[in-house]
Every structure is written in structure tokens, then in C-alpha cells.
Design a protein around this ligand. Structure first.
Ligand code: NOJ
Length: 538
């Protein structure tokens, strides 16, 4: 693989632009990627052994590892019992160091999950905090007295169902948990919490970590008066995500995103800026674009990027995609860089959300729109939604129809699975293992995996696709999305067919990628297969 000046982990060749701008980040759910010990659960050493796949077969620029810290696994690692260690089921700190060293040597950066809103109730901080009202760490979590009738301090709800308050009989107060009761919220208004959690960032950066994905980043700071949340506005814009179940009945105005969150992110950024060239991307499910953009910071001094989740559910037709692209570009502060994501460990697999036919065109979209792209393990094989029969996801246990088990099934390496030597994996392997596995798809020149490989290589070698401006082009067909990516020296046109019929588009140039792998030149017209796409250099 040649030297690529635009590569995230490569030399800085982007006219001084930060390297992560052009990168493709590959999300790994450690439990599900590769099991090196044969216990049916993925681990860090398993991930390290797959470096050749990530580096040479795919060619991604960074990996983001979902939590691998010691945890009771009530929420599969998002309930952290020790922020500065590795769960024994995933390996050791030495395994982690080896992984970082090898990935860095291959030019791939390592981003880890940072879960600051809540810890596990098994974290020593919470155990101390709960031990008595006058314990030094009492104020490290959010405790409140009951109302005079003994009920919860306010009407706040847990994302995962039920009230956000848990009664603690031994000390006669409630504690706040935005998620499970086993995930008590840390009190970020306490400077000692902030100092301890900032040290967590330093701990991992000292070990070479290149960046952090910040879990529920907008939840950290709540209303100091802890007022009741108002009812949800039934007339909220239709593009605003509406949570399901009881949680959707309230507007969570006071239980998250208090304005004090911005100074906090400025302080957090100052910590990551103590180290050279680090990157932060925050999970902020905020669908009001203006509010979303505030997380870059007024002077680009907060997180490097808040995740743009709009395409998770709005990539169904050209008009919706155009609206998302335009909205992000409109609110993006000067000097900031856009980003896109189409799958992750909280969302049903692409085929379930958009239909199995959509997989190829979504790959083209994700890897050619202007912005940092985050892809989810297995999407490069078109992995399908797996079974949720085991009902392991706590959210799914509380609310019908939301189980996340189906998008977390083990990575499919071979027709036998290839994930673990154990026949019993923590979640069963997903459907269509025979065709949707790395080995089979590498051998098939027309596979989804080979499409991803081609797209990644083309993106890497194209200045326009890496850093070019993006402009919408009229396609003359409601089913076809067309845009150009341009720099002074290069122009690339992307045409994506959302329809069920093949369609001829007016375009000329060298075909860089076609979802049906036809190469050659487009001379004035190119016929795109149903649900397909073509990328042309003019
Ligand atoms: C968001 C994470 O992506 C999700 O998996 C987790 O359950 C919640 N935050 C709670 O940490």
C-alpha cells in the first residue's frame, strides 16, 4: 500500500489540516470482533491479530474500540468499574499496549471509548459514595432527597425505561441514573470528579491513545435546580429523533446539556491539547442542528466533532440525504469539518433499517460525502441483523422492539464463523454466514467487501474525495442523488441510485468505482444498476 499523504495515520500532508479530517474510522465492538482465547468472547489480542485485515485488506485509518474496561457488563461495558484498566475477559494492559504499538506501526490510530456520564455501581467511587452520607465521595454522584411524600425528587426518566432515580434505603436518598440503575450518574459539578476523570484521559493518552469517543457527551451537566422536565412537544420537527416508549413522552430539557457543559468541554479540550494531535468525537444525539454545532465550541475549542447521526435514519432517499448534507454544511463553524456515520452498536444493521438492497449505495455514500467517516464492523460484509432471542441487551429487556443484540453478533470471518474456536459464542453468529464472511467475499470480486476496499483505496488516493468541497448537482431524477467533490486540481462526481430500476445518468469521465464493478469511461451517459452508484473522475 503506497504512502498516502491524506491518510489519517500518515504524514501530515493536508496543507496543515488535522489528519483526522480525511480519516475513515472503523468501530470495533471488542466483545464481537475476534476471540483469541476460545471463550466465545472477543478480546484485545484477537483484535491485534486482525491488524493485517484492517490495515492491508481494508485500509482504514483509525479504529475506535468500544469499552474494554473492567465492568459487570450490565450494559456490555458502558458500565465501567475501573476506567484505567482492561477487563480480564478482554486481556491486560500489556495486551492493550501491544495492540497500540502494532497499530501505530501500521499507521492506524487508536481511539477508545470514554464513558464520563456514569460509572458502574461497582466502581469503588460509587461504593464509597453509597457507604454513608458523609463519605468524601458522597458528592461524586448525584444524590437527592425524596419529595415530602417519599417519591422521586423530580420526573426525570431513564433512557432505558422507568424513572431515572433509584431509592437507596441505607442512606435515605435517591441517586440519579440516566441509564440503568447499575449506571449511576457522576456529578460533573464536583471539581474532584472532573479532575479524576481528566486524569483518565491522560492515563490513556500516556499509553499512546490517539483520541476518544465520548459516550452520551451532552448528558454530563444537568440543571442545577433539577427542575421537572416538560412534556415532549408533539409538534417537534419531523426530522427530530423521537425516542420510543415512555422516555419519548418528555422533553429532556433539564436532565442534560445544561449550558455549563460548554465550559466543561473547553476544559476537556485543554486536556487533550496537552498532547499532540489528539481527536475527540462526542456522542451527542442532538437533532437541532444549531444546538448540535455548539459542541465544536465557539472558537473550535470544544470537541473536534460531535457525531452527526442524521444519516442513521435519514439515508432513505436523495431528498433526505441532500437535506442532511445541506443542514450540516450550513451550521458547520468556519474551520470545522463534517462527519458521517451510518451504523453503530446501538442501531439495527443497515439491511434492517434500509433494506438489504441499500447496502452498496450506502457504502458509496458514507465514503464519498465530505467528512470524516465512521464505519461499523461487519457493515463492509453487509452483515445482517442477528437474532435477539437471547435477549441480552438490557434496553431490549425493558422495551419491546429495541434490542441491540442483533447488531452486535460476532464478526463473520469464514463460513464456519472464524470468530472463536468455541462453538458457543456470546451471541450467536448472524444470518447468511455462508456468503457474508471475509473469506468468501475476498474470493468474490463483486462482493460488498471488495466494494468497500475499492472505495477506501479510491478515497485515499483522491484529493477531491479526501478534502474537496462538495456541491449538489441536479440529477434530473428524483431517485438519483448526484454531487461533486472538487479541489483546484480534481473533480469527482458521485451518482447514487435509490430506485429499483436501472437509470442512465449524464456523466463523463473515468469510472473510479461502480457498485457492479464495471470499469472504464463514461462518455456522456452511464447506466447505474438498481440501488447502485457510480463515482467518476471528470
Ligand atoms: C451510548 C452507548 O452507545 C450505548 O451503547 C450505551 O448503552 C449508552 N450510551 C449508555 O452508556
Amino acid at each position: 500500500m503506497g504512502q498516502n499523504p491524506y491518510r489519517y495515520g500518515g504524514p501530515r500532508g493536508n496543507d496543515g489540516r488535522p489528519a483526522w479530517w480525511t480519516g475513515v474510522v472503523y468501530q470495533i465492538y471488542p466483545r464481537s470482533f475476534a476471540d483469541s482465547t476460545g471463550n466465545g468472547i472477543g478480546d484485545l489480542e484477537g483484535i491485534r491479530q486482525k491488524l493485517p485485515y484492517l490495515s492491508e485488506v481494508l485500509g482504514v485509518d483509525a479504529i475506535w474500540l468500544s469499552p474494554f474496561y473492567p465492568s459487570p457488563q450490565k450494559d456490555f461495558g458502558y458500565d465501567v468499574a475501573d476506567y484505567v484498566n482492561v477487563a480480564s475477559e478482554y486481556g491486560t494492559l500489556e495486551d492493550f499496549d501491544r495492540l497500540v504499538k502494532d497499530f501505530h506501526a501500521a499507521g492506524i490510530r487508536v481511539i477508545v471509548d470514554y464513558v464520563p456520564n456514569h460509572s458502574s455501581d461497582q466502581h469503588p467511587w460509587f461504593i464509597e459514595s453509597a457507604s454513608s452520607r458523609d463519605n468524601d465521595k458522597r458528592d461524586w454522584y448525584v444524590w437527592a432527597d425524596p419529595k415530602s411524600d417519599g417519591s422521586e425528587p423530580n420526573n426525570w426518566l431513564s433512557v432505558f425505561g422507568g424513572r431515572a432515580w433509584e431509592w437507596h434505603e441505607p442512606t435515605g436518598q435517591y441517586y440519579l441514573h440516566t441509564f440503568l440503575k447499575e449506571q449511576p450518574d457522576l456529578n460533573w459539578r464536583n471539581p474532584d470528579v472532573e479532575a479524576a476523570m481528566f486524569d483518565v484521559l491522560r492515563f490513556w493518552m500516556d499509553r499512546g491513545v490517539d483520541g476518544f469517543r465520548i459516550d452520551v457527551a451532552h448528558y454530563l451537566v444537568k440543571d442545577p435546580e433539577m427542575r421537572d422536565n416538560p412534556l415532549a412537544d408533539p409538534n417537534a420537527p419531523s426530522d427530530h429523533y423521537k425516542p420510543m416508549g415512555e422516555f419519548g413522552t418528555l422533553d429532556h430539557l433539564y436532565s442534560k446539556a445544561h449550558e455549563d457543559i460548554h465550559p466543561l468541554y473547553r476544559r476537556l479540550r485543554a486536556v487533550t491539547d496537552e498532547y499532540e494531535d489528539r481527536y475527540t468525537i462526542g456522542e451527542a444525539h442532538i437533532f437541532d442542528w444549531e444546538e448540535w454545532a455548539t459542541y465544536f465550541g465557539a472558537n473550535l475549542d470544544e470537541m473536534h466533532q460531535p457525531f452527526n447521526f442524521a444519516l442513521l435514519n435519514r439515508a432513505s432517499d436523495p431528498a433526505s440525504v441532500r437535506a442532511v448534507v445541506a443542514a450540516q454544511e450550513r451550521v458547520l463553524p468556519d474551520g470545522a469539518w463534517p462527519n458521517y456515520v451510518i451504523g453503530n452498536h446501538d442501531e439495527p444493521r443497515l439491511a434492517k433499517r434500509y433494506g438489504v438492497d441499500s447496502i452498496r449505495r450506502l457504502a458509496v455514500l458514507l465514503l464519498t460525502v465530505r467528512g470524516t467517516a465512521t464505519m461499523y464492523y461487519g457493515d463492509e460484509l453487509g452483515m445482517l441483523e442477528g437474532s435477539s432471542d437471547l435477549d441480552l441487551d438490557p434496553w431490549g429487556q425493558n422495551l419491546e422492539g429495541v434490542s441491540r443484540d442483533g447488531c452486535r453478533t460476532p464478526m463473520q470471518w469464514t463460513a464456519e464463523g472464524g470468530f472463536s474456536s468455541s462453538p458457543k459464542t456470546w451471541l450467536p453468529m448472524g444470518p447468511d454466514l455462508e456468503n457474508r464472511n471475509v473469506e468468501a467475499q475476498l474470493a468474490d470480486p463483486g462482493s460488498v467487501l471488495n466494494l468497500y476496499r475499492r472505495l477506501l483505496a479510491v478515497r485515499r488516493s483522491s484529493e477531491a474525495l479526501s478534502v474537496g468541497d462538495q456541491r449538489d448537482l441536479p440529477s434530473g431524477n428524483d431517485d438519483v442523488l448526484m454531487y461533486e467533490r472538487v479541489t483546484a486540481d480534481e473533480r469527482v462526481i458521485v451518482c447514487v441510485n435509490f430506485g429499483r430500476d436501472s437509470v442512465a445518468v449524464a456523466v463523463s469521465g473515468d469510472v473510479l468505482v461502480s457498485t457492479d464493478f464495471r470499469d472504464g469511461r463514461a462518455d456522456g451517459s452511464w447506466t447505474i444498476e438498481p440501488h447502485g452508484a457510480v463515482v467518476v473522475r471528470t
